[in-house]
Design a protein around this ligand. Structure first.
Ligand code: SF4
Length: 616
């Protein structure tokens, strides 16, 4: 499935008269909605038969009105799926190549065409496979797709998924991130009527059908040889992927070329600071036992601002039963390290693991926020699903595990919704696995809405960030008030500052960390010694381009600046003379404008003088 609409053989000039009629009518209409668009498209069919898609209308507009100052207004009228970019940034998800994972988790799918834990039927994974996991192609194609469907592309959150990031070789990690940055940096030169599409005429270097054939043979052979060996399953994935790489000269040759130097990456990052598509957030995913101080610093050097970390459970017995390979002490240590280094922490937690029960899961969920060493900023709840390729299948067959029924699952989810504090964002409450891949268990894809409706029926109020996001609604800054929540976390105090309206809807927030003087030096980089730390500033409103004014949108009413000013004051009052911020490559310029100067991995500023309306 090709989702890059820029690849359509569509020449706007060949449809100029119909497009002109549609575009003119849209421009002239005092008000315009979906039904008006449907009506117009029917009146002016494409080639006298089919209908123009919205992306074709946008491409048509750009071809017929090149450089028009009214483009933004036009695109707003016909834009597709505004929800994608409503949170303030355009998310670009890219997958790493299939690679051995040190984990041996019994619930984890093993699709050797994918990085461990991903399924080739998942839409994001399909996109990655189409581009042979090439980071440049994945990033550029997604950006072009956003552009052609009318989404702004100037602020990008790069989300890197796939197995365990920390187990990929360092040179591959640098190369992968470098190529993503190069795609962002080159993006603006690849759009526009005269631009050459660098994604056209793709000659795959590696024939993945060959991989599938090899894999099928290997799986068959290992299945015959596996017997009762409980590690056979893990070996299947890791061995097949490694064997395939070493057995095929072109794959091995490709792997040898997937390297880059830190100097190359740093220069691409520097170029991105002022690029038209800037990386304002970068997320990597890993396991707790692969995180130490050096790994956290390396992630920072790559430009990461957020880490997705698989907690799965805070019950040692459940972790052991599911062969996670680490205990809860390791998880606590990893989260302390991440928090100390300023990363936003997005934890993954799994109810319905082998050995758990709905009651035990509810207790476990409460630990996530009762324990000051945890308290994640964001949470993805992934109820365990049974996938044919997971080792859990054997447990299911012999009756040692079963999926929760709908009521049990709802109980756990409603409890989770009710117990999530206002400083945490529940990013997911279900993993979006295609129903065809689920052997048994929940197949309801809108389980979140079902759980939210159930929560409402039970009188539960959800206060997590996502439930309160203001979305693309207009913001009247005069009606917002700043609300402050303080809590202890990992040898220090966290302050969650948020701008909310009268209905408690959130227009922007900031996470401030005040480390305890006596806190372990091991859990924070030397550059941060003695400093307060801004871990996140997020302001909502549909994405507004750099330099554009979005009337009433929260990104442009100075909310970020006011949050930072308050954070500086709080830190100064608490005795901190210096403030650091874990800025992303694309926000360095913004912070320089507020008086921050570049350090090695962070930016810094004195907490005094205060950040006034006009002072930097
Ligand atoms: S660590 Fe993650 S990717 Fe690796 S086996 Fe476990 S769940 Fe799967």
């Amino acid at each position: 499935m090709n989702t890059d609409t820029s690849a359509y053989p569509f020449e706007p000039e060949e449809h100029a008269s119909e497009l002109e009629a549609i575009i003119g009518a849209i421009e002239r209409a005092p008000r315009f909605g979906e039904r008006d668009l449907e009506h117009l498209l029917r009146r002016h069919p494409k080639d006298g038969r089919g209908f123009f898609s919205k992306s074709e209308l946008i491409r048509g507009y750009r071809a017929l009105r090149p450089g028009s100052a009214a483009e933004h207004a036009f695109v707003e009228r016909v834009r597709m799926k505004p929800v994608r970019t409503r949170s303030g940034v355009a998310p670009v998800t890219v997958l790493t190549k299939p690679f051995p994972c040190p984990g041996r988790c019994i619930f984890c799918p093993s699709d050797v065409r994918m990085p461990k834990s991903y399924l080739s039927s998942e839409p994001g994974a399909q996109r990655a496979a189409e581009h042979q996991f090439d980071p440049f192609r994945q990033t550029l194609s997604r950006l072009r797709s956003f552009h052609h469907t009318g989404h702004p592309t100037d602020k990008i959150e790069l989300i890197v998924l796939g197995g365990t990031w920390s187990s990929y070789p360092e040179a591959y990690q640098i190369w992968f991130i470098l190529r993503c940055f190069e795609a962002m940096n080159r993006f603006s030169a690849t759009i526009g009527p005269a631009a050459r599409d660098p994604l056209a005429h793709f000659e795959p270097e590696v024939d993945f059908r060959e991989l599938v054939r090899t894999v099928e043979g290997a799986l068959l052979a290992s299945g015959e040889a596996a017997g009762d060996d409980p590690d056979a399953h893990r070996r299947d994935y890791n061995q097949v992927v490694s064997a395939w790489t070493s057995a095929h000269p072109r794959v091995a040759d490709q792997a040898r070329r997937q390297i880059a130097s830190w100097a190359d990456l740093e220069s691409a990052q520097q170029a991105n600071e002022t690029a038209s598509a800037r990386c304002v957030g970068l997320s990597l995913e890993t396991r707790p036992d692969r995180l130490d101080r050096d790994e956290a610093l390396q992630m920072r050097r790559l430009g990461a601002t957020k880490v997705q970390i698989g907690i799965q459970s805070m019950d040692d017995e459940v972790l052991a039963l599911n062969r996670r390979g680490h205990d809860t002490a390791r998880t606590r240590r990893a989260i302390r390290l991440l928090r100390g280094a300023g990363f936003k922490i997005q934890a993954h937690w799994m109810p319905n693991l082998h050995g758990s029960t709905p009651d035990r899961d509810c207790e476990d969920f409460d630990r996530l926020f009762r324990d000051p060493d945890l308290r994640p900023d964001e949470l993805k709840i992934y109820p365990c699903s049974l996938i044919e390729s997971a080792e859990l299948m054997a447990y299911y067959r012999r009756g040692a595990w079963r999926p929760y029924d709908r009521d049990e699952l709802l109980d756990v989810l409603v409890h989770s919704l009710s117990a999530t504090p206002r400083y945490c964002r529940l990013t997911r409450v279900i993993r979006d696995i295609p129903g065809t891949d689920i052997v048994t268990g929940n197949r309801t894809t809108n389980m979140r809405q079902v759980a939210e409706a159930e929560a409402r029926d039970r009188g539960v109020v959800c206060r997590d960030i996502r439930a309160r996001e203001i979305g693309g609604r207009p913001v009247d800054p005069g009606r917002l008030r700043m609300r402050r929540t303080d809590y202890e976390a990992g040898s220090g105090r966290e302050t969650f500052l948020e701008f909310v309206d009268a209905e408690d809807r959130i227009a922007g927030f900031l996470r401030l960390r005040l480390p305890a003087a006596a806190g372990s030096a091991e859990s924070r980089p030397a550059e941060l010694a003695g400093r307060a730390l801004i871990r996140e500033v997020h302001v909502y409103g549909a994405v507004v381009g750099f330099g554009e004014r979005g009337e009433g949108r929260s990104q442009h009413v100075g909310l970020g600046r006011r949050l930072i000013a308050e954070a500086l004051k709080i830190a100064g009052d608490a005795g901190f003379e210096r403030m650091a911020v874990i800025s992303s490559v694309g926000t360095r310029e913004y912070y320089r404008g507020l008086g921050f100067t570049d350090g090695e991995l962070y930016q810094h500023r004195p907490t005094a003088p205060p950040l006034g309306e006009s002072s930097p």
